[in-house]
Design a protein around this ligand. Sequence first.
Ligand code: UD1
Length: 364
Amino acid sequence: MKKIISVVGARPNFMKVAPIHRAFQKYKDSVQHLICHTGQHYDERMSKVFFDDLELPKPDFYLGVGSGSHAEQTAKVMMEFEKVLLQEKPDMILVVGDVNSTIACSLTAAKLHIKVVHVEAGLRSFDRKMPEEVNRVLTDAISDYLFVTEKSGLENLEHEGVDGSKVFFVGNVMIDSLVYYLDKTNGRTVLKDYGLEPQNYILVTLHRPSNVDSKEQLTKLIAMLERLSGERKVIFPIHPRTRKNIAEYNLLDERNSNLILTDPIGYIDFLTLTKNAELILTDSGGIQEESTYLGVQCITLRTSTERPVTVEVGTNQLLGNDLNKAEQAALEVLNGKKKEGQIPELWDGKAAERIVSILVEKLS
Ligand code: UD1
């Protein structure tokens, strides 16, 4: 019996590991697939609700590391994950995405000579000020098998000298979850609960340090949302980091009924909101991809994207930190100027099956 441990830590990891876990069930007589939750995200609404929505089993290991500075968080994950690896001696570990738990666990495993699998490898924003970019570059450099979601990833890894025999273009596991759960959105009441009509509201998410840690930038963003809420209802599920800064900078009273502020929302309700939005404003990575798959208009409030296919092929517009431009583009979308898009290659709901069949072969 072979053993592989997949790592989840932060919110965007859960929907990526769920289809991989499902795909491994087919091989459960020969491969034991275990899940380790680092506890980087720990609030019920940032973590538990995703296990429920995505039908993930209770994690086999919970490291409980919580928040801290980058060094503290990364170091704590490494110390706790090392104990798990020494005890369990897996044949491989699998990490997804680009969060601190991703690099912490891959580095720990690589030093113990345990094979590292990186799913969502090769993405590059070319902005080393983003903590995620550092995590991506380093994780890819020490991974043994690299699974890529879009062609840009292949080129980036080739430029960095990664041996092509370790790299596989398989599509997007996050889209696997979307495809799997899309039907479930039909029964949800979340639009009604917030008084929203399909195709007639703006969905907003903001949590990047570059947008929400600077008082000046966050003040401008909130003022823009206030203005846009004069055009359409705006729903803004607020990430804990953003919530903390809004309170600290004293930026929002919740009296404008067209600007709906909520706690973070679970996977299927959020997918329902994404699917039915007229426009999305975001600085998330994953939402750029989900909106592209669904053909929903998306304006990304960042200067770079590590997911260029969403701009080249999909419905995403990258509008940087120039909020005048972003607001102008938002108004144009609301006035009917829509960007046509297509679904990127291999985003077909079967990426996890491809990954798992390759890994099972490598393990045998
Ligand atoms: C992390 C990821 C980011 C990802 C995001 C999704 C890194 C470097 N960043 O950023 O790539 O897009 O998750 O959400 O790994 N907090 C809570 N409850 C929680 C989790 C966090 O209150 O369950 C608060 C804490 O005050 C914490 C802050 O949010 O200090 C930031 O959390 P952290 O995990 O450090 O980074 P994120 O900003 O969530």
